[in-house]
Design a protein around this ligand. Structure first.
Ligand SMILES: [Zn+2]
Length: 695
C-alpha cells in the first residue's frame, strides 16, 4: 500500500472534472470504484443532518465516511480569508474522510464528494485523491431581479433556485423586492413590488400578460399579483436558504428605479422647482418620507431576515442620475450632498437595528457622480458605517470592463463584483459567460469579497451560472473561458450541447438579435413614433444584411437539431432558445426580401405570388418555435416569452393577408403594412384611436 504515491498519468486523466474547480487536488495511486452507497462511520461535530442528507442522497452502502468539524483545524495551504468555508477531503478506495473548521466547510466538502463519486463510471474507477479546497470569494451568488418570470414563480420555484445554487457551492441569492422602470407594455409603467408594505395596502402592482398559445390556438391572458407578494412568502425563501447554506437577501430601490410609490403616494414623490410632485423619486426633505422608508426597510429586516439569522440588506441606489427632488428645501444643497446624506441615513438606520452588511451599487457614486472619495469614506467611518458597507461594482460587457466599475476605485472599501448571468430571456438569446469571467477575474485581482450576478433565472443559461460558480470560487478555474466551456460540456452534458451553445452564441455575435426581437421596441425613444413601429424599424436597419439573417436561421436550426431528443432541463431550455433564434432568422430573412420588393429597394424584387408561401412557411416555423417554448421553458417564463413572439406572429399573419390582397389586386405593393396593427403587447394602450386617426 503506497497511499501517497502519485497516480499514473492514465489514471489521473480519469479523475472527473467538477464545478467549481477545487483549489488543490493531489491524485494518488490506488483506485476508487463507484461505491454502492455510503456507510456513515463517524461524525464529530454538529453536522449530523448534513451528513444524513448526503448519505440519503447517495444511498446506503459500504463506502465508509468519516466527517469531523474541528474548530482548530487549519491547513498551511489555505489563506486566512478562505478558512471559514474550507475543507480537506481524502477520497480513498474503501472510504472518504472530511475535515473542516466549520459547518460550511463540511457542507461544501460533502458537495465535492457527491460530485466526484457520482461522476465515477459504473464500471470504471478514478484515482485516490487528496483535495484541499476553499473559496476565493466569501460571497458567491445570483441576484434575481424583479422582472417577468420571477413574478410568476411560486415558492417551490424559488426553492429550486436555492438548490441549484447550493449544488454549485454558491451561497447567496438576492431577490428584488421593489423596482420600477419605464413605460413598456400596454402603455403601463414597468413596476414590481414583491412584499406587502405595512399600512399601505394600495402599494401593489397587478400585471396582465397576453399571448398567442400554439397549444390552445387562441389568445391567452392572465392577470396576476406576483405569488411572492400575494402569498407573502419571502420569509419562507429566506428560511429555506438558511437550511441549504444560501443566504437570501432583499434588494430594495429607493431613489432610482422608483415610480410606483411616488405615483401612488404623491406627497413622498420628488418635486419640481414649483414644489409639484413628480411621478418618480422621493423628496428627502419630507420627514414623513424618511420615516416611511426607514420603517419599511426595518420591517423587512425584522420580519423576514432577522428571525432567520440573515443580516444583509442591499439598498441598490443605482441609476438615479440627476433625478433628485428639486423642491426648495432639497435644493439647498447639491444632489451629491443629498445622495451622501441619504446613504448615511439609510445605511445608518439599518445598522442601528442590527443589519451587519449594507450593500449598494457603485454607479451613482462613481459613474453618474464623482462622490466616492476619501472625505466621504472618512465620514462613513465616523458614523460607524464604513465597515458594514459593501459596494457592488456592476458592469455587463462581454468585451471590456467599465473603468469606473472597478473595486480599485473604492480604495479598499469592501466590495462585490456584479457580472450579468441571465437577462432578456423573456425576449431573446443573450450570452454572458465572457462577462462573468471578466468580472470575476477583476474581483479576484482587486480583493473583492463577493460576486453576485445581475440576473433572472433560466436553466437555459446554465453555462453562465456555472461560470460564475467556477470563477467566484476559484479565479483560475480550469483556465480561460473557452477552456471552461469545454469542461462545462464534460460535466453537464457533452459535445453536442457545447456545439449547440456555440451556434447560439455565433447567432448572437451578428449583433442582430437585439434588433430583430420585439423587446427593444417596448421602450419609448426620442424621434421614434409611439407605439414603436415593429418590425418596420428593424427592417429599415437591416438593408444588406440578409446573409446575416440567414446565418441566424441556420445557426438556430443547427443548434435545435443537435439538441433534439434530449430531455434534460438544460437541453430542453436551450432547444427552446434555438427554436426562437431560428424562427427570428427565418422570419426576418423573408420579411426583408418582401420589404425590399415593396419599397423598390431591389432591382430583382420577389413577386407577391412567390413571397406568400415563404411568409406562410415562416409563420409555421415561428408557431412551431412558440410551441417548443411553451413545452420546454419553465412554466413561469412561458407568458412573457410568448408575448414578445406573439407580436411577430401577429405581424406575419397580417403580412400574409396583405400579400393575398396584392395577388388579388385589392392592395397596392406600396400599401403593404410594415408594422403590426393593434399589437398584442400594447392592446390596452388607450391611444390606439389616436393612432388610427393618424392613418
Ligand atoms: Zn424635496
Amino acid at each position: 500500500m503506497l497511499p501517497y504515491a502519485p497516480a499514473s498519468a492514465a489514471a489521473a486523466a480519469s479523475f472527473p472534472p467538477i464545478i467549481p474547480e477545487p483549489q488543490f487536488i493531489e491524485l494518488q495511486a490506488g483506485a476508487v470504484q463507484r461505491p454502492n452507497g455510503i456507510d456513515v462511520a463517524q461524525v464529530i461535530g454538529d453536522v449530523e443532518e448534513l451528513v444524513t442528507e448526503f448519505a440519503n442522497a447517495m444511498g446506503e452502502g459500504e463506502y465508509a465516511l468519516i466527517v469531523e468539524v474541528d474548530p482548530e483545524w487549519t491547513h498551511a495551504r489555505i489563506p486566512q480569508k478562505g478558512l471559514p468555508q474550507a475543507y480537506e477531503l481524502e477520497i480513498e478506495s474503501e472510504g472518504a474522510s472530511l475535515v473542516a473548521a466549520t459547518r460550511e466547510g463540511i457542507r461544501w466538502g460533502l458537495r465535492t464528494l457527491a460530485d466526484v463519486l457520482q461522476a465515477i463510471p459504473p464500471t470504471g474507477a478514478i484515482p485516490q485523491a487528496h483535495i484541499c479546497d476553499w473559496p476565493d470569494m466569501k460571497t458567491r451568488g445570483v441576484f434575481v431581479e424583479d422582472k417577468w418570470g420571477p413574478d410568476l414563480m411560486e415558492l417551490e420555484d424559488w426553492k429550486g433556485i436555492i438548490d441549484y445554487l447550493a449544488a454549485r457551492k454558491m451561497n447567496n441569492l438576492g431577490i428584488g423586492l421593489y423596482g420600477c422602470w419605464c413605460v413598456q407594455y400596454d402603455g403601463g409603467v414597468t413596476e414590481w413590488i414583491n412584499v406587502p408594505v405595512p399600512g399601505h395596502p394600495e402599494l401593489k402592482r397587478e400585471w396582465t400578460v397576453r399571448w398567442y398559445s400554439p397549444t390552445t390556438r387562441k389568445v391567452e391572458q392572465i392577470s396576476y399579483l406576483p405569488p411572492i407578494f400575494e402569498q407573502d412568502f419571502f420569509g419562507d425563501i429566506v428560511a429555506y436558504g438558511q437550511e441549504r447554506g444560501v443566504e437570501v437577501i432583499p434588494y430594495v430601490n429607493s431613489l432610482g428605479h422608483n415610480t410606483l410609490i411616488p405615483r401612488l403616494i404623491p406627497e413622498f414623490a420628488a418635486k419640481n422647482e414649483q414644489g409639484e410632485p413628480e411621478q418618480w423619486g422621493y423628496c428627502l426633505s419630507n420627514p414623513d418620507l424618511v420615516e416611511f422608508v426607514k420603517s419599511w426597510y426595518q420591517q423587512i429586516y425584522e420580519k423576514y431576515l432577522k428571525p432567520n439569522g440573515v443580516h444583509t440588506f442591499h439598498i441598490q441606489l443605482d441609476e438615479v442620475g440627476t433625478a433628485f427632488c428639486r423642491c426648495e428645501e432639497c435644493s439647498k444643497q447639491s444632489m451629491e450632498e443629498n445622495l451622501k446624506d441619504w446613504v448615511v441615513t439609510l445605511a445608518g438606520h439599518l445598522i442601528s437595528v442590527g443589519v451587519q452588511d449594507v450593500v449598494m451599487y457603485n454607479d451613482q457614486f462613481t459613474r453618474h457622480m464623482q462622490v466616492w472619495d476619501e472625505g466621504f469614506a472618512q465620514r462613513l467611518r465616523d458614523e460607524g458605517i464604513y465597515d458594514h458597507l459593501i459596494i457592488d461594482w456592476w458592469a455587463y460587457s462581454n468585451e471590456m470592463p467599465h473603468d469606473k466599475s472597478d473595486p480599485k476605485v473604492g480604495g479598499g472599501v469592501r466590495s462585490w463584483v456584479k457580472p450579468m448571468t441571465c437577462y432578456y430571456n423573456w425576449s431573446r438569446w443573450d450570452p454572458r459567460q465572457k462577462n462573468v469571467a471578466i468580472m470575476c477575474l477583476r474581483g479576484a485581482n482587486d480583493w473583492a469579497e463577493g460576486a453576485a450576478s445581475y440576473s433572472v433565472f433560466d436553466p437555459g443559461w446554465g453555462l453562465e451560472f456555472d461560470a460564475l460558480a467556477e470563477y467566484s470560487w476559484n479565479p483560475r478555474g480550469v483556465g480561460p473561458i473557452h477552456a471552461f466551456e469545454e469542461k462545462w460540456a464534460r460535466v453537464r452534458a457533452d459535445g453536442d450541447v457545447l456545439e449547440a451553445r456555440r451556434c447560439l452564441d455565433r447567432a448572437f455575435d451578428t449583433n442582430l438579435l437585439n434588433l430583430i426581437a420585439y423587446y427593444a421596441y417596448t421602450y419609448e425613444r426620442a424621434g421614434k413614433p409611439w407605439p414603436r413601429q415593429y418590425p418596420l424599424e428593424a427592417l429599415e436597419e437591416l438593408s444588406g444584411k440578409v446573409d446575416a439573417l440567414e446565418f441566424i436561421a441556420e445557426a438556430g436550426a443547427r443548434a435545435r437539431a443537435l439538441l433534439e431528443g434530449r430531455v434534460d432541463e438544460l437541453s430542453l431550455n436551450m432547444a427552446a432558445e434555438a427554436a426562437r433564434v431560428e424562427a427570428h432568422g427565418v422570419a426576418f430573412s423573408v420579411m426583408l426580401e418582401v420589404y425590399e420588393a415593396a419599397t423598390g429597394a431591389t432591382d430583382n424584387p420577389i413577386s407577391a405570388e412567390a413571397a406568400l408561401p415563404e411568409v406562410e412557411t415562416a409563420l409555421e416555423i415561428l408557431e412551431e418555435a412558440m410551441l417548443t417554448v411553451e413545452e420546454n421553458k419553465p412554466r413561469y417564463m412561458v407568458p412573457s416569452c410568448l408575448r414578445d413572439m406573439s407580436v411577430l406572429y401577429e405581424f406575419l399573419g397580417q403580412l400574409a393577408g396583405d400579400l393575398e390582397e396584392v395577388i388579388k389586386g385589392k392592395r397596392e405593393w406600396s400599401a403593404v403594412r410594415w408594422f403590426v396593427h393593434r399589437n398584442i403587447a400594447q392592446r390596452d394602450w388607450d391611444l390606439w384611436d389616436e393612432v388610427d386617426q393618424q392613418k
